[in-house]
Design a protein around this ligand. Sequence first.
Ligand code: COA
Length: 259
Amino acid sequence: MAAVEYREEDGILFVKFNRPEALNAINREFVRGLRNVVEYARENKSVRVIVITGEGKAFCAGADIKMFSESSHFAARNTIEELGRVLEDMEDLEVPVIAAVNGFALGGGCEVAMACDIIIASEKASFGQPEINLGIIPGAGGTQRLARLVGWKKAMELCLTGERISAEEAYRLGLVNKVVEHEKLIDEAKKLAEIIKSKSPYAVMLVKQAVNRGYKMSLKDGIMYERDLFTISFSSKDAEEGIRAFVEKRKAEFRRDRE
Ligand code: COA
């Protein structure tokens, strides 16, 4: 049984973390599995959206603490570095990634969710950076992405206390986009994926670039960057089609693949 399973279905790449006996904790095989997902999405232009969830009662309970207990600090650093790189590459993918968080998203699991473009949480989900309880700190973007998402002081509090927060609280803080009934989680994620799939793949890619890269720039630089991407989007065939379809009062027929 692979630690990370994935299958493509009609343009949506469904990914499942699959080590339920260890609450989908992150070991080397898990990191390799996530790397394979990123490579697959890069190489297969039929993929338009990715939906990630976890098997069992966890999305992912963070780095495998048993593996850490047998690791030198060099080996631990290598694993965390590799995870951090995969998350950056996932963030840089052309296609949006939706985290469908079904349960615990702790430590590295919270870091994985935060590197996704949209987070939908089951009402049973919970989030946190509990590394401090082990005498360590987050190592794959936790302190950084969390501060950008929920604000400086709240991130400080969560990383210092290791407190676990509910899906509702995460929603209130702006960490998740939507909280849904547990049984409806995958359907809701799929519904959102279908909406994104109906748009121009080219415009979707440019929105993702503009929001993600612009977010790390000053407002002035971000606005200039957006203007350049707008200009690029304006010269695409999909823009021609989208604008003409509006004027002709019909539904736009956007390109169906990313070739
Ligand atoms: N690494 C390795 N194994 C883990 C794990 C992790 N991060 N999180 C849970 N597991 C394992 C448990 O050891 C247990 O295995 P066992 O049955 O062989 O003993 C199994 O998953 C189920 O976990 P359990 O603790 O019994 O479930 P619970 O519902 O009582 O508690 C948590 C759930 C998430 C609160 C608890 O497992 C936990 O605190 N995990 C660690 C979270 C963490 O600190 N992550 C950051 C790591 S850097």
